[in-house]
Design a protein around this ligand. Structure first.
Ligand code: DUC
Ligand code: ZN
Ligand code: ZN
Length: 479
C-alpha cells in the first residue's frame, strides 16, 4: 500500500515545510516538494491512496512515554486495558506509548516483565514499549537491568514515595543508579518525599481533613523540591543520567535547571494536568452527585498545584526554556464509581491517577494557540524528544525517509470539545473526564500507524492487533 499525503504543512521539531509525504508499506519513503511531481514523474497517480491535507499540519505521530494501562494500584486496576487505552491514544493522535512494567517489593522483575508482555501482546492499537519499575532493588533486580536492556527496556523507574508499596530507600536508589551508570540506561524518578507525606496525611486524617483537596495540601511543593534535589545529588554521585517524571512544582523545575546548567544529565517531563489544572479548582469542585468528593477526579501524584503560587505558568516557561523536555500524560485512569469512591471519607484511599492519553496532543496544541509554545516545539515536546529520550528516534518522532509511517494530519481549523456529556467525546474507559468542558481549537483528522490509516475523521479503522512491541535503544538525548 502506497499513501501520499499531499498539500499539507509538514511540522518537525526542526521547523515547518510545505511538502508531500509518501508512505510505502510501513515506512516513510520520501518527503517531496509540493505538487507530488518528482523529476517529471507524477507521484499522486502512482499511489493507492491520496490524503489531501490542504490547510492542515502533517506531524509525526504522538509518543506518550508515561502510561499505566491496567496498572494494579491502590487496591484496584487502572480502568483502561491495553486495548481500550491504546485505542483512545490512537483517537487522539498518539501512535506510540511507553508503559510501565510494575514490580512490587518481593516480586521478581523478569517475571513481571513477562507478565506485561502477556497483557499487551495482541491487545494494542498502537506501538508500545516498556519502562521497568523497580521497587525493592534486590541483587536480582540489578542483573535484570542488564538483561532487560537486551530486550529493549532501557529506562527504570524508582519511587521516593509510597512506602511499603513502591518506595526505594536512598541506598537502594544508589545501587540501581550505579548499575545504570555502568550499563548506560536511564533512571526515572518519582520525586516526592514519601515519609514526610505519610506523616502529613496521617495528621490531616486525624484532624478530620478527609476530602480530596487535602491530597494536594499533604503533598506540598517542599516534598517535591526536596526529593528532586536528593535524586539529582544521588545521580550526580553515581554518574547516572536521570529523568524526573510528572514534575508539577516550580521549585522542582528550578532544581532541574540548576543541575542542567552544571552540565549534569538531568531531564524532566510535565503533564497536561500540571499546565492547565490547579489545587484551587479542585477545592472549588462540587456536584450534586459527589458533593466535595468531586475533587477526587483530579487526585493524582504529584498533585495539582496552587495557581496563586504560579506553578502552571512556570511549567509553560520551563517548556520554553527546555528545562522541561517532554510532555507525557501519566495516564492512570480510575472510574469515580467503584474505584475513586473507595476514598469517600478518607482521601488517602482514593486511587491516584488521571486519564489523558487521548487528549495530550490536543491539549498541548492549545498551548500553541495560546502562544505558550511554537508549532515545532509542540511536535518536539510530544513526539521528537520522547523518541530521542527513550531510544526510538529515527524510526519514531520525525517525518523523514526511513522513519515508520506514523503520521497525524491535524486540522488547526477544526474543533474538539473534550468530555463525556452531550456532544462531547472520549474513548477512554472512564465514567468521567478530568477534561470535561475543555474546548480545543484544533482536531485530529487522520491517524496513520506504520502506514495503516487507523483513524479517518470520525471513524476508527484500526484493530487491537495493529500495535507491535518496540525494542528501544539507549537514550539519544544525553548532554
Ligand atoms: N502517580 C499517579 O497519579 N498514579 C500512578 C502512579 C503515580 O506515580
Ligand atoms: Zn510516579
Ligand atoms: Zn506514573
Amino acid at each position: 500500500m502506497k499513501t501520499l499525503i499531499t498539500n499539507g504543512t509538514v511540522v518537525n521539531a526542526t521547523g515547518t515545510a510545505e511538502a508531500d509525504v509518501l508512505i510505502n508499506g510501513e515506512t516513510i519513503a520520501a518527503v517531496l516538494a509540493p505538487g507530488s511531481a518528482l523529476l517529471g514523474f507524477d507521484v499522486a497517480s502512482n499511489v493507492d491512496r491520496v490524503i489531501d491535507a490542504r490547510g492542515k499540519y502533517v506531524i509525526p505521530g504522538g509518543i506518550d512515554a508515561h502510561t499505566h494501562m491496567e496498572m494494579p494500584f491502590g487496591g484496584t486496576f487502572a480502568s483502561d486495558t491495553f486495548e481500550t487505552g491504546t485505542r483512545a491514544a490512537a483517537w487522539g493522535g498518539t501512535t506510540s506509548i511507553v508503559d510501565f512494567v510494575v514490580q512490587y517489593a518481593g516480586e521478581n522483575v523478569l517475571d513481571q516483565y513477562a507478565l506485561w508482555h502477556q497483557k499487551a501482546a495482541g491487545n494494542c492499537a498502537v506501538d508500545y514499549g516498556f519502562h521497568q519499575i523497580l521497587s525493592d532493588v534486590q541483587d536480582s533486580s540489578l542483573t535484570a537491568m542488564d538483561e532487560l536492556l537486551n530486550e529493549g527496556v532501557s529506562s527504570f523507574k524508582l519511587f521516593m514515595a509510597y512506602k511499603g508499596v513502591f518506595l526505594s530507600d536512598d541506598g537502594q536508589i544508589v545501587k540501581a543508579m550505579q548499575r545504570a551508570s555502568e550499563n548506560g540506561s536511564l533512571m526515572m524518578m518519582h520525586a516526592e518525599n514519601g515519609s514526610v507525606i505519610d506523616l502529613l496525611v496521617q495528621q490531616a486524617i486525624e484532624r478530620g481533613d478527609t476530602s480530596p483537596y487535602f491530597h494536594g495540601t499533604t503533598r506540598p511543593w517542599q516534598t517535591e523540591e526536596e526529593a528532586t534535589h536528593r535524586a539529582i545529588m544521588l545521580a550526580n554521585l553515581t554518574g547516572a543520567p536521570l529523568y524526573i517524571v510528572h514534575v508539577s512544582a516550580k521549585q522542582a523545575v528550578e532544581q532541574i535547571a540548576l543541575a542542567r546548567d552544571r552540565g549534569q544529565n538531568v531531564f524532566a517531563e510535565t503533564c497536561p494536568q500540571y499546565l492547565y489544572l490547579s489545587l484551587e479548582e479542585q477545592l472549588g469542585a462540587s456536584s450534586n452527585q459527589w458533593g466535595d468528593f468531586e475533587g477526587a477526579k483530579w487526585v493524582c501524584s504529584t498533585p495539582l498545584r496552587s495557581r496563586a503560587e504560579g506553578h502552571q505558568h512556570h511549567m509553560w516557561q520551563g517548556l520554553r526554556t527546555n528545562d522541561l523536555q517532554v510532555i507525557s500524560t501519566d495516564h492512570c485512569p480510575f472510574c469515580m464509581k467503584g474505584q475513586k469512591d473507595m476514598g469517600i471519607g478518607n482521601f488517602s484511599k482514593i486511587p491516584n491517577g488521571i486519564g489523558s492519553v487521548e487528549h495530550r496532543m490536543d491539549l498541548i496544541y492549545q498551548g500553541v494557540v495560546m502562544g505558550e509554545i511554537s508549532l515545532p516545539r509542540w511536535v518536539e515536546l510530544t513526539s521528537t524528544t520522547p523518541a530521542r529520550m527513550f531510544g526510538m528516534y529515527g524510526k519514531k518522532g520525525v517525518i523523514q525517509p526511513g522513519a515508520d509511517g506514523d503520521v497525524v494530519v491535524y486540522d488547526p481549523n477544526g474543533h474538539t470539545s473534550i468530555g463525556i456529556g452531550e456532544g462531547r467525546t472520549h474513548h477512554m474507559n472512564m465514567d468521567y473526564s478530568a477534561w470535561e468542558g475543555f474546548e480545543i481549537d484544533g482536531h485530529v483528522d487522520t491517524v496513520i500507524s506504520r502506514g495503516k490509516v487507523i483513524v479517518d475523521g470520525n471513524q476508527y479503522l484500526g484493530s487491537k492487533t495493529d500495535g507491535k512491541y518496540f525494542k528501544r535503544g539507549l537514550s539519544q538525548y544525553l548532554i
